[in-house]
Design a protein around this ligand. Sequence first.
Ligand SMILES: C=C(O[C@@H]1C=C(C(=O)O)C=C[C@H]1O)C(=O)O
Length: 402
Amino acid sequence: MIESLEAKSLSQYETLQRILSAGFQFGGSFALWRKPHSSELELTFDDQKEVRRVDLNLEESKAGFIIHPFEDQEDQKAFFIEAKEYFKIPLEQKDEPIQLPDWMHQFSQTLDKKEIVQAFNLENPQTSSSEHDGTSKSNFLDLVEKSISAIQEGYLEKVVPARTKILPIPEDFDLAKSLLSLLKSYPNSFVNFFHLPGIGTWMGASPEILIETKEDWFYTMSLAGTQAAKGENPLKAAAWTQKEIEEQALVSRYIVDCFKKIRLREYEEHGPKTVLAGNLLHLRSDFRVNMKETNFPQLGSVMLQLLHPTSAVCGMPRKEAHDFLKNYEGFDRKFFAGFIGPVNIEKKTSIFVNLRTASFSDQFITLYAGAGVTEDSDPEKEWEETELKCNIIGKFIQKPQL
Ligand SMILES: C=C(O[C@@H]1C=C(C(=O)O)C=C[C@H]1O)C(=O)O
């Protein structure tokens, strides 16, 4: 009774503060997320101190949240937050109090915003000082020039060089406020936060599904081509150049090639259409397959392995593009452009490409962004595109809007 009265008086912000405090005091891993167009925040907590690693066998997996870096792992495994505790809370204001689960009341001490920052800083490994600089504009322009040359020489068809941008953690940084800003401002994105003790603490708002399975259906998408959303009706006003149309078509072709590898012919392809992600526009095609009719119940896992990393975040041909980035990009992407998301929660699996994301360490926040380069790319424009992408998360770290 007392608890429910207490919960009634908590605002959304205070509820989130309380959840984050409990997560950090719980001592294990935890994640929270809101799927695109959903009005529920989902949360999962795992009390195991040692971070779990699992095979990429989604169909047999326990319920939980999977996190895989950009690079393939030697042991072919991903990090995993098992849903030892799982619950959801409504994000729309309702009259009834938000119910937090009973176990959470053991962690009734609410950490203030500074203590929360300390909780993720202290546990993460120290980063080297070279990682504190981020990618300079001239280095990124050089990388794009090199990418264009590699394409002109016929060695690559498309490549997606990326960069980092470093922000000092602002004096008054407030994780709960930043997260609420992302939730409010990006209804079409997969807003997420996860904490793997000793490994990383990340937050993001991804627009891109890598694979989704719901009942009998498998879904994926090709997302590429970027421009700033402008004016009253940005979707209508969008005009795409040949460069962007081709860039996105290459990603669709890549997906179709993956279907071909497994001799799957019965897929539906819809699009491309213009979609909004934050204040950016992209071109997107949606693909779906009925796993029952095609007798392919394990399609989720098979396609996950074939698709990652797609040509939306790496390039084509995949191996050559990957080698090129390894040689010239000059930083470790870690979880950026890897994949994250809930697995077998309420019989659904929704795995997103980890884009529009930030990692926390020491006193720094690292933002990551890439841009698809083709023969017709203009290096200066690709730099501007990465600035816009970094800003999607960066602006709410610097100035949450509540
Ligand atoms: C690489 C990123 O985004 C990807 C690349 C895009 C592009 O090149 O236009 C668009 C959407 C994403 O598939 C990123 O956000 O960092």
